[in-house]
Design a protein around this ligand. Structure first.
Ligand code: MN
Length: 144
């Protein structure tokens, strides 16, 4: 017998509920973000579901959703900001209901990773409108 009865691996704070998925290389993220697709829109569900993992410092570009989006935080600590408002810290267990056509971004903090499930509504085959990257200045200010 050795150790204290649990493996250090199981205590890793960045352990995610779903697989981390594949590195996103679509050009709409800053830093390292990963996507594990969970459910595609089908004849019954007018939305898609995916788990997105952001390493520390990673975030989306500014964007909007034509019919809104819901984020379910499953790991870590991150940031959510709507244009013209202060960024808010979001944590595991939080539910973020993003209204349609509101410019916003989400991501990890500068020092901690964050994972969320994204439920994204689809309207006329569109679910997101990508805008400009979140500047280093805006991201730094968001850490307050
Ligand atoms: Mn979004």
């Amino acid at each position: 017998m050795s150790g204290c009865g649990h493996s250090p691996h199981s205590m890793k704070p960045e352990e995610t509920l779903f697989e981390k998925g594949e590195l996103l290389i679509n050009g709409y993220f800053t830093g390292e973000a990963y996507l594990k697709p969970l459910l595609a829109k089908d004849k019954n569900n007018e939305f898609s579901i995916g788990s997105v993992h952001f390493e520390a410092g990673a975030r989306t570009h500014w964007h909007t959703h034509p019919k809104g989006q819901v984020l379910l935080l499953t790991q870590g600590e991150g940031l959510y900001q709507e244009k013209g408002k202060a960024a808010r810290v979001i944590q595991k267990g939080d539910v973020i209901n993003i209204p349609e056509d509101v410019e916003h971004w989400h991501g990890a903090t500068a020092t901690q990773s964050m994972t969320h499930i994204a439920i994204t509504n689809v309207q006329n085959d569109r679910s997101v409108e990508w805008l400009q990257p979140v500047s280093k200045e805006d991201y730094t200010a968001a850490q307050q």
